[in-house]
Design a protein around this ligand. Sequence first.
Ligand code: ADP
Length: 416
Amino acid sequence: MIEKIKRNLVWRYTCIILAVSTLVFISCDSVYHYVVQHTLEENLLDFLQEEVREAEGYNSSFHEEVHSYVVDSKMIQTFSYWLLNGKVIHAAQPDGLVGVEFLQKVKNWQHPNMKIQHIKIKEEHEVWNFATVSEDFNLNGKQGKVIVATNLTPIEDFSENYRQYGLLILLFICVLSYFIAQSLANRAISPIVKMYNNQKEFVSNASHELKTPLGVLMAYSELVEAKFGKNEDINVIKEEIKNMSALIENLLTLSRLDNQKSQEEAVDLDVSFNVKEIVAKFNQMSADRKFPITLDAAKNLQAKIAPTDLQRVMNILLENALKYTPKDKKIAVTVEEKNKKIKILVKDEGVGIKEKDLPHIFDRFYRADASHNRKVAGYGLGLSIAWKIVEKYHGQISVTSQEGQGSSFSVEFPAA
Ligand code: ADP
């Protein structure tokens, strides 16, 4: 249970750390873009105003005057074009193909004034990005247009690098967050682990302490019975002592399983043979049933398991099958090997389990549907013990059931 809580916490903490990191990354990216874009746009508009002022003071004869600058796409540079009557009267533009193409584009400029537009120009292996804006100007009663542009390529390249580094850092945080989450979960869970261990120790000690007085009570009950003969009242006392002893035995078994204290070493065990013996014993004990428990087992199926553990699991499943199946209904056991696993199936035609109870029946002290359980002895510990034993061998235990139709418990152990 503690492991389950821890896994859950680690998963949640990892998600939280990752979500926060991603959010920080996205926010930084957005803020960076906003600030850069805002500053660039403001500078570009200032530059446009300056160019408009200069263009309005232009007094040369209107011949074309184009200056081309050798500019590396990695350098930021601003460019400008003055157009009058569809003719370029002044231009300061990048050198080469980019300049020619840019000039081509702005000559037919249709974009509204003072609205920044982004233009991409491809030059062999490079792509240039420009932010461009225009404004009208007046020269001796004639209306012209000033178009200015700024080269965004270096900023966009820088952003791309920054984004790649950011993603790498995010990946690193992904790995790191798992370890941080584990350490946080360990811290958060440590008081619960302490409490849980104390509780386990208490249950184990109390069970040990109770064993002796119950033994004494049983001995005295038998003494009284021997002295005064069989008596219904003594029978009730003996029955209750037996129930209490079974409960204490179960609690001690669970405590041993929790502490991983194995009483017996796992051996290469002939599961088919052992299950056959157990079924035979149960058939002897329940001779009053209409049908004996049937067994269908392939021969010589081996698993590495301690014999007492196999016996415990089978006892729990068969005792339950007998408890929850009317005497005139069938119980069947099969043993088979599938995908390197030894699978034991205990199928009954009993009362079945309600769908709402199915996810809980392996929990400690859980008893499904009190109405049918009140008549049947038990404390809801059997299946949790079976679960713990099967888990110890890295096996699996599961159930399918339909209310009123019966249940089918399946146990799988890795084959030897
Ligand atoms: P107990 O049988 O002592 O109550 P278990 O842990 O063995 O405790 O079983 C838990 C619950 O699962 C039982 O109370 C019962 O409601 C249900 N259950 C287990 N086995 C069967 C079965 N074969 N048929 C119907 N219900 C079952």
